[in-house]
Ligand binder design. Structure first.
Ligand code: ADP
Ligand code: MG
Length: 477
């Protein structure tokens, strides 16, 4: 009986919480919670780890409080039962109880300190063997095939210096930034490959932000935080690509901050890239940004004509293909988006030449280019969404970021946010950022309003459907 009521109470709370957080957060942070008991208006919920508990306290106290009060009444309170050791067949799990919203976490023993959680980690400390650890490097990205030009000279020579003496130059961290396809990934992987070749006893690790975030969430859900950190702390060269994607991810940043500090202190080399200079990174903790500037920050620019030409010739030569001078020049001149697109064009040319046995001439180059350029332009970006939605509702694009609260402006603005959530990878906070610096709760509100309006206003629903068609056709163009 008791169990059933506790469960229903929690189910009711979940219903309310669901309305207040996005789906991913809901699945990550609320689904794993187990209600344990309800006595005297105190609902106790069990969370899988201390880290989990801290995260909830830091990010979701208002949501939790609201839910508990609505379900249990004004006196309703919440208590956590935190699993600090998941136990095994012989030993029962160890739990610690904390009341909610008391800022109590400062008194909690660190997981690896003394106290009840001292033997928290059920995972033995595993030393990494540099010869067998998977560095996740692409062996094709080397200094040898990285063409030097004015656009990348500083970054490249910093990279060479770091590859010679990782961790001991003042270039730590080495932070490379620049737009899409300027060669950041190629260059930092070249550094990694060089170090692996010359110093086989060093543990080299390349991760992109996706790997890092996923490993982190995975560790969190499976109580392997300690193992996760131990792993990273044994790395001699840590390469983290595209850090801008950590924007707004507070806890991931915090863990990265810890790892960064410890590695840096013990003289390990850190290399990062981002799509803009550190000072322009939004959604980052200040202390982390200031760390990024400790070492050397160098930019890579769009390559000039000569460099592009050299890159084209270099790539075709290494694949054993002759490419007429006029074709190389035509491509260097015409592909003005970025080098990643250039790579697509070159690969496509290779494909035609080798498998379809066609001659590489200007006609073929033009044909290939036409197809690729169409793809390049079919991206659905925030700018594109804002402009398309503004045009559709016949309001100015600048209104998307403006302050006007009139209904005829607010609706297009909210609709554009809604499409950004659907069609871009941006976090809620970053969507808000792109709409004149609004915060993530404003974006959540916008998403809810749009969904509500679609239910009650069929005209509006038609507009959304029509816009959806536009975006879809752009994506598949
Ligand atoms: P980013 O990480 O800056 O977006 P990438 O490193 O992925 O760019 O580069 C895109 C493509 O262009 C890759 O295939 C890379 O090998 C090639 N590329 C970029 N810069 C150079 C260069 N200087 N020399 C040779 N290839 C390059
Ligand atoms: Mg890259």
């Amino acid at each position: 009986m008791e169990v059933a009521t506790t469960t229903t109470i929690w189910t009711d709370c979940l219903e309310i919480i669901k309305l207040n957080v996005d789906e991913q957060s809901f699945n990550t942070w609320f689904k794993p919670i187990v209600p344990v008991r309800n006595e005297n208006d105190v609902l106790t919920i069990q969370v899988p780890s201390q880290f989990f508990y801290e995260w909830l306290e830091e990010n979701y106290v208002p949501v939790l409080k609201k839910a508990v009060r609505q379900v249990l009444g004004e006196n309703g309170r919440l208590e956590y039962s935190v699993v600090v050791d998941s136990g095994n067949q012989q030993n029962p799990p160890v739990m610690v109880n904390y009341p909610n919203g008391h800022g109590i976490k400062k008194n909690i023993q660190p997981l690896n300190g003394n106290g009840p959680s001292a033997d928290y980690s059920p995972f033995a400390y595993k030393a990494l063997d540099p010869r067998t650890v998977n560095s996740r490097l692409n062996p094709n990205y080397l200094f040898d095939n990285f063409v030097e030009g004015d656009c990348n000279r500083l970054a490249r020579s910093a990279g060479v210096a770091v590859a010679k003496k990782p961790g001991t130059t003042s270039f730590n961290p080495l932070m490379l930034y620049g737009g899409v396809g300027v060669g950041k990934t190629h260059l930092i992987q070249a550094i990694g490959n060089e170090i692996k070749k010359n110093m086989p006893d060093k543990v080299v690790l390349y991760v992109d932000q996706n790997d890092f975030t996923n490993q982190f969430l995975n560790a969190l859900q499976n109580l392997k935080m300690q193992e996760f950190q131990n792993f990273y702390l044994q790395v001699d060269l840590l390469i983290l690509d595209d850090v801008q994607f950590l924007a707004g991810r507070e806890k991931t940043q915090e863990i990265f901050f810890n790892i960064f500090n410890q590695l840096h202190q013990s003289g390990k080399q850190i290399i990062m890239t981002s799509d803009c200079p550190p000072r322009d990174l939004k959604g980052f903790q200040e202390r982390l940004l200031s760390r990024f500037k400790w070492g050397l920050t160098a930019d890579l620019q769009e390559p000039d004509f000569e460099t592009k030409l050299a890159i084209i010739n270099n790539k075709m030569q290494s694949d054993g293909i002759e490419i007429p001078k006029e074709v190389a020049e035509y491509l260097a001149y015409s592909v003005d988006t970025n080098l990643r697109d250039m790579e697509g064009v070159l690969n496509s040319l290779l494909f035609h030449a080798t498998l379809l046995k066609r001659n590489i001439d200007l006609d073929l180059a033009k044909e290939v280019l036409k197809n690729i350029i169409k793809e390049i332009q079919s991206d659905v970006s925030v700018d594109y969404i804002q402009k398309t939605v503004a045009d559709f509702f016949k309001v100015g694009t600048e209104q998307m970021k403006g302050k006007v609260k009139k209904r005829e402006i607010v609706i297009p603005r909210q609709t554009a946010m809604y499409f950004c959530k659907r069609y871009t990878q941006l976090t809620l906070a970053l969507i808000g950022e792109n709409f004149g610096g609004r915060d993530h709760s404003t974006v959540i509100h916008a998403l809810e309003s749009v969904e509500d309006m679609m239910k009650v206003d069929s005209n509006f629903k038609n507009s959304v459907d029509e816009l959806t068609k536009k975006f879809k056709s752009r994506m598949s163009a």
